[in-house]
Design a protein around this ligand. Structure first.
Ligand SMILES: [Zn+2]
Length: 58
């Protein structure tokens, strides 16, 4: 069974299907990070291209 790549907990089958490699909690945190960043907050990882490296988020 797949595990969340952020926190390592086993993923539920539907989390694995919809979110691929993150649990729902980490996915929500990731989206909050993206939205803060888009509003102008600096985030070293995202500034360095981490967002572009995520092809499944458009
Ligand atoms: Zn997680």
């Amino acid at each position: 069974m797949a595990e969340c790549k952020e926190c390592g907990i086993p993923l539920m089958p539907d989390e694995e299907y919809y979110l691929e490699d993150r649990c729902e909690c980490c996915e929500r945190m990731w989206h909050e990070r993206i939205s803060d960043w888009r509003e102008g907050h600096h985030d070293p990882g995202l500034d360095a291209g981490e967002f572009e490296a995520m092809p499944r988020i458009h």
